[in-house]
Design a protein around this ligand. Structure first.
Ligand SMILES: Cc1cc2nc3c(=O)[nH]c(=O)nc-3n(C[C@H](O)[C@H](O)[C@H](O)COP(=O)(O)OP(=O)(O)OC[C@H]3O[C@@H](n4cnc5c(N)ncnc54)[C@H](O)[C@@H]3O)c2cc1C
Length: 439
C-alpha cells in the first residue's frame, strides 16, 4: 500500500520526526519550491525540557505538547501524516511505514533518541523513562498510586513505596529531584497528613563525580547544594549495579529500598532500520558529514540527536540538545535550497548559547559563554527562555498560568491518577518456575 499524497511538480522532501529538528526544518521549507511530507508517530510536537513538570503535577500535558497539523494549517506545500517509519530502502528511494510506503527525493531523518539502559536492557521495564508525554503521565500516576497504597498502612509497611531513586544527575535528573523535593516539602504534607514524610527518600545516583557533568564546576556545586536543601540524597561516584524490583544495589555494595527508579542516565539514537551499518556510529547515532548528509548516501540527511557529526571540536558528535537540532535544521533548509539552485552548501557550525537547569522555586544555574550565574535571577532567565521556546500562544499562556498558580499557592494542581500505570513486577519465584518449564 502506498501513502496517498497530493501530486506536486516539486522535488519531495520527506522528514521523519517532528521534534525540534524536523519541525524547524519543515517551517523553514514553508512555501519553498519543495513538496514537504512531515511524518511523526505522534500527532503532536513534544517539548521535552518540561516533561519533568508534567511528571510531578506542575503542568498539564497539553501545555507542553502542540498539534503538528496546527503548525502548518493553510500551508500548501507541507503535508503531515501520523506514521511510524519502520524501514528505509535507499535503493528505491522509498520508506516503509505502518500506514504504507512512500517515495522520496530527499529524506531527512530527525527521529531523536531513546533511553539507553546500557547493561540493564533485560530489566528496563522495571525503570521509568522520561522521554515522552505518556512516560511523564505514567510517572505522575505511579508516584501518586504509590502514595495511595502507602497511606493504607500509614507508611509503616513497604517503605519502598515512598522512596524514589533517580539514576543519572544530568539536567533531567537534577530538575526532577528538585521537583520531587518540592512535592515532599509543600504538597505531600497537606495531601497525606497521616504519613510520616520524614521517611520519604529521594535519592539521586550519579556514576560521575558531580551533578550536571556537562555544565561548569560552579553550576554543579550550586545545583548540588540546592537539591540537598530539598533533602535529596546525592550519591556521586555511585553506579547502580542491580535492581530486584524493590531493592537497588550500587557498585559500592549498598542497598536502597525503592519501588520507583526513574532512569535519566543516558540516551541513544533511535532510527528506522535499513541504513548501512557502516553509517551507524557509537550510541546508535547516524554518521553525517559537515552538511548533515548521511555517510554513504547522496540524498539522505540526519539532524538533531540522531546525527553524529564527528569533528576535532566534537569528537563524540554534538551534544544532544534542542539548539543543535534547531540549528542543524536551519542550515539544512538553506543547503537544500542552495543545492536546488546549483550553489555550494554551507558547513554546519554550532553556536553554543549556553545551558541551564532549575532546581525548585527561585533556584537555577545558568552557564552562558563567558558568564555564569546562579540563584533567583538565573531562575527568571530559565523561565523566560522556556516560555519563549514553547510553541504556540496557548501553550505559553497555559505554562505561565501553571507556574504562577504553583508559585503563589505552593500547590501543584495536576495530581490526578487518570489512567493508572501498571508496572510489570518481576517475581523471582515465578520467573524461576517459568525458566524451569521452558527448559
Ligand atoms: C526529559 C528531557 C529534558 C530535556 N531538557 C532539555 C533542555 O533543557 N534543553 C535542551 O536543549 N535539550 C533538552 N533535552 C534534549 C532535547 O529535547 C533533544 O536534544 C531534542 O529534542 C532533539 O531534537 P530532535 O529533533 O533530534 O529529536 P526529538 O525532539 O526527540 O524528536 C524526534 C521525533 O521523532 C519522532 N519519531 C521517532 N522515531 C520515529 C519513527 N520511527 N517514525 C516516525 N516518527 C518518529 C518522535 O515521535 C519525535 O517527535 C531534553 C530531553 C529530555 C528527554
Amino acid at each position: 500500500m502506498t501513502v496517498k499524497i497530493p501530486s506536486s511538480q516539486h522535488p519531495r522532501v520527506v522528514i521523519i520526526g517532528a521534534g525540534f529538528g524536523g519541525l524547524e526544518l519543515a517551517k523553514k521549507l514553508r512555501n519553498k519550491p519543495f513538496q514537504v511530507i512531515l511524518l511523526d508517530k505522534n500527532n503532536y510536537h513534544n517539548f521535552q525540557p518540561l516533561l519533568y513538570q508534567v511528571a510531578t503535577g506542575g503542568l498539564e500535558p497539553d501545555s507542553i505538547a502542540y498539534p503538528i497539523r496546527k503548525v502548518f494549517q493553510g500551508v500548501k506545500n507541507i503535508s503531515f501524516r501520523m506514521a511510524e517509519v519502520q524501514n528505509i530502502d535507499s535503493e528505491s528511494n522509498c520508506i516503509q511505514t505502518n500506514i504504507g510506503s512512500l517515495e522520496y527525493d530527499h529524506l531527512v531523518i530527525a527521529t531523536g533518541s531513546k533511553a539507553n539502559y546500557f547493561n540493564f536492557d533485560s530489566i528496563s521495564d522495571q525503570f521509568m523513562p522520561l522521554k515522552s508525554v505518556p512516560d511523564a503521565l505514567n510517572l505522575r500516576s505511579y508516584i501518586l498510586q504509590n502514595f495511595e497504597e502507602a497511606i493504607a498502612t500509614n507508611g509503616e509497611e513497604l517503605p519502598e513505596l515512598i522512596n524514589f531513586a533517580i539514576v543519572g544527575a544530568g539536567p533531567t535528573g537534577v530538575e526532577l529531584a528538585g521537583a520531587l523535593g518540592e512535592m515532599k516539602k509543600y504538597i505531600f504534607p497537606k495531601d497525606y497528613p497521616e504519613l510520616d514524610l520524614s521517611r520519604m527518600r529521594i535519592m539521586l545516583f550519579e556514576a560521575g563525580d558531580r551533578v550536571l557533568p556537562a555544565m561548569s564546576a560552579e553550576a554543579s556545586a550550586k545545583a548540588e547544594k540546592y537539591i540537598r536543601q530539598f533533602e535529596v540524597e546525592v550519591y556521586l561516584n555511585t553506579p547502580v549495579s542491580a535492581y530486584s524490583g524493590s531493592e537497588l544495589k550500587t557498585d559500592t555494595g549498598d542497598v536502597y529500598r525503592t519501588d520507583t527508579i526513574i532512569w535519566t542516565a543516558g540516551v541513544q539514537g533511535a532510527h528506522p532500520e535499513g541504513l548501512d551499518p557502516k553509517s551507524i556510529a557509537k550510541g546508535n547515532r547516524i554518521l553525517v558529514d559537515n552538511f548533515n548528509q548521511v555517510q554513504g548516501y547522496k540524498n539522505i540527511y540526519a539532524i538533531g540527536d540522531i546525527a553524529a557529526m564527528i569533528s576535532d571540536d566534537f569528537p563524540k558528535g554534538h551534544p544532544m540538545v534542542a539548539p543543535v537540532a534547531i540549528q542543524q535544521a536551519q542550515n539544512l533548509a538553506k543547503n537544500l535550497l542552495s543545492r536546488k539552485a546549483d550553489k555550494n552548501p554551507t558547513e554546519f557550525k554550532y553556536q553554543d548559547k549556553g545551558s541551564m537547569a532549575t532546581i525548585g522555586r527561585n533556584r537555577a544555574v545558568v552557564d552562558l559563554p563567558g558568564f555564569k550565574f546562579q540563584g533567583f535571577f538565573a531562575w527568571w532567565v530559565w523561565m523566560f527562555v522556556h516560555i519563549i521556546s514553547l510553541i504556540g500562544f496557548r501553550n505559553k499562556l497555559a505554562t505561565l498560568w501553571g507556574w504562577a498558580y504553583n508559585y503563589f499557592t505552593y500547590d501543584r494542581a495536576m495530581r490526578l491518577i487518570i489512567r493508572p500505570y501498571k508496572r510489570r513486577k518481576h517475581d523471582p519465584q515465578t520467573e524461576k518456575e517459568e525458566t524451569a518449564v521452558e527448559a
